[in-house]
Ligand binder design. Sequence first.
Ligand SMILES: [Zn+2]
Length: 1112
Amino acid sequence: MIVAPENAGLEVLLSTLKNSHDLRTTLGILQILDALLSAGTVKRISYLITKGGSEALLHTLVNVTRILPLDYEVILPLMHLIVKVGQRDKRFGQKAQEIGALNEILNLMKCSLPQAKYVTPCLWTVKICASSVTVGAALGKSGITRFVLNLLSPYTTRNTRAVRAATEALSALLKSKWNSRRAVDSGYIHRLLKLYEDWHQRDMKTKYVLIQAALLKCIKNITNLQKGKKAFLEADGMRVLLSTSQVCGSSPDLHPVIKLATQIMRKCYPKQRLPLLTLRSCYSFVLPNAAHSQVLEGPSEAPQEDVAAEENEEQDDEDGTETEEPGCSEEEDDLETDLSRLKPNPELDRPVEELKQYERLCPELVGYFQDSDSDDQSLSQDNASCSTFFTPSRPLHQDSRETGRGGVGEGSPKQHNLLKNRRTRQASPSSSGIEGENGSKGSPKNHCTHPAKSSRINHSKDKMNQMHLNIQRGDADLSRINTNVQEYAGPFNPSWAIGGEHECQNTGNKLLKMCKEIIPFHDPHVYTIKAEETKSASDYKTLAFPDYWGHMPPRYQEPLTGQWCGGLRAKIFEDIQRLINSGDILNRVIYDTESPSLVTSGDDTSLKFFSNFESGNLRKAVQIRKYEYDLIMNADINTNYQHQWFYFEISGMRAGIPYRFNIINCEKTNSQFNYGMQPVMYSVHEALCRRAHWVRVGSDIYYYKNHYRAYGAEEKGQKETAFYTLTFTITFLHSKDVCYLAYHYPYTYSTLMTHLYLLEQSLNPDQVYFRHQVLCSTLGGNNCPVITITASPGSQREQLQQFWNRQYIVLTGRVHPGESNASWVMKGTLEFLVSNNPIACCLRDTYIFKIIPMLNPDGVINGCHRCSLSGEDLNRQWSEPSPDLHPTIYHTKGLLSYMKSIGRTPLVFCDYHGHSRKKNVFMYGCSLKETLWQSKSSIDTATLKEDIGYRPIPRILDKICPAFSINRCCFLVQKSLGSTARVVVWREIGVLRSYTMESTYCGCDQGKYNGLQIRTRELEEIGAKFCTALLKLKKDALSCSAQLTFQDAALLDLDNELHNDKNMSHSDVSVDDEPPCPEEIDYYTDNCTEDDDDPIDLTTEVDESSDDELYC
Ligand SMILES: [Zn+2]
């Protein structure tokens, strides 16, 4: 007898075992090995495997099974060891195949029948071997699958170990597609479902959950095949799994079972197209130059077929967590390592002569205009016809929207009015002076004639008329609101009452008189006039009430919301019910922007929807159940994707009833809606009660992958695109209210124009130099404003000198129209800069601000999420912007190039954005060295010099701005983002401090606002704090204003902090706009997760079910 507990001894032991033909010796060694392994941890088993333990055991198996009659005294301990070791050896199946032990195992299993205790370890061994798919297929070809299936039995309390082992073995075998196909052909699905149902119903004490789970694993593996899914549906699998899952929802023991059942049901839910004729946006815009028609054309969609290609199996991609945006796993690969692209490139992208046109946008450099009388108090400061700029002319275009796409026939979307391109002339370069400028200062030499003021007012009356019709349309019983309003507002306006007979055009004025709150920098009358000048793709005639009336953030805080465990599953089960009880589903189209004729009028209890107003986005609404609606967003114009932004009106509600809304065509794989964010709502009723707030609303908020698919979306390089559902439930406070729901606090182009106008009215021109000019006209014919803010100079010569020598700060925003948070931040910046705050005064004394607050007006107006009218992301066009297709980018870059060409390169450039998948506020910047370090480039960075001047601003913000988090900042230059504003302004214009500032849509998870959702108040604060941070860049700036309070000065006295150069975060190397969400989500369960594969432990089994007398 060899006693060899030490390492060297183990090899001797295994070698002896392998070659032993004496059963006594074999048994002895097996007992020693068992003792060794029982005492140790998993590590010991792994060690044994590296020493050839698996092979030795398999050889022994071959040896002992050749000795007849079979001696179970030896075989049983051997099989135990095989199971114990085999499950830790990933190559066990292959080893068994190579050694030729597979047949021995199968024969042994057959010979061991009907003794359960002998069969069980054989079944476990089959399971272990079949975890290799090729070995599993080989086993299947020997006919073992059917043999194992026949070992499964309906509910029993006897031999449950054998039954479980058989079920697990079958599930492993069915991982092989070959085996699965045979199983489908032989009708296994039906039988497995019956067995599962039987065990589930009769196992009242949930004692055999593992058997239930293993049966479901079998079904899950089979349904990886398309034909498996089909068989599952034909066998009424959905109903069986749903009914069993719903009954047993409460017992935590059953969680793994329900989880599996839910996965199977979601996987098998037939994939469908969205209920749309085409994914293409229901508005289109014909681009100015036919050469660019490919942009418009877009890819064609595949024919409307619902069935994915047969055998195009979705390999378990429905399990587990989603991978985020493509490319995030290759972050390092995406880092720019080409030194020539990491160093500023002094070449301008156009001839210097062409830059002369931008001189007009820097009037402060040409000369200082003496105060003239404010000659133009007209509301129409900018006149499109006055806009002069140096771009090729474009003819007017008419809509020629293609029909017939994707087999669209009779029901093709109706033609929509195109944008009215009202630009009337093209300026010659010589005429570019200060034409088209406006502002209370300066008297343009060639003043364009404005349309008569009175006619504008008349127009605006029409618009108000329409707007009020809109309120009435939403609520035929306006007096009801009034009555209620009276209740609230009664003490203030006891005499107020409006009867139904009053003319509606007066209603707005009366409402304003009675209920208006003073909202700073907002005025409904001005808004109406500004809105009249705004040109939209669908030629809106109505105003959304919140934009008209104005918004004040609520005084109370709005905490992040939570999700409850099991809530998502409940929603998914409701969705599955639609398939099973299709008779209960209304499927009633309530709203359809394309085919109003197809809309069925709902009953009295149906909600009404509307979105045909500025920034509105809702394409279709379908009533599913009495209080449940599916909503579909419109794609960005000239595209068939970018669904995220929504903004629409709801009316006809009843108070106190929970309505479920499902936005079913979201595209992102994850959303902050899963992490505490709520959509925002505005109630007209509340506004009339002096609570004009956009507030966070909704409960039961979940975001998950649904069963809708888009096929043939080749532009994304994918065969099939999945859609996601955002579901939320709203219980309205008031019956017959008119409410507005949005993705985020809306901020329209007309709001901006109103804001700029009122801002200019508010300031003291003796102190604040404020110029509102037109950068250019957009494709849609809207003016893109550019604002100059600085301190008015004194008349002394040295004061004028100081004025001309001020450095430039250039700020831009809202290039992505869905990022309305960026506009609220910009609002904060603008208001702060013209304010009397001592820091603001100091800032104006120090810098000249050039601000282009909205780089994509057309996108904002038309309710797009990301693109402009050309269907392109404008923040990917900075390298080579086209004057025809990307005028706002082309001219912003032109202005920056001009500044550079005259030696006035801006000190700071910052582009304001919103971030949909992260919390807090943070910045992206550009650092050559950090990029090279992070990319592990071989370039020797020691010899490279880099000014670290890009660091202080984020550091200061981290100190003074509560929502800001420096840990989320990133200063890497990515290849894929080489054409964004941040990178191009840094590389081509040579602005060292070139940033993207990202503000959350959701809220904060650090700092003073930790746990709260962001409101417009906090967004505006960010804009103000950003300006404050700029002051610190100038060492002498602090002394420039004696008015700075001690606190202000202390706030800015951060020198020690700034020089303390602790490491900035390099962790975030993802793309600037949409880095992956740091949190992970399992879409297929709720937040409770279970381990999938428990290790087989035959000894634990003994304790688990002592009633089973036939334990092996
Ligand atoms: Zn953005």
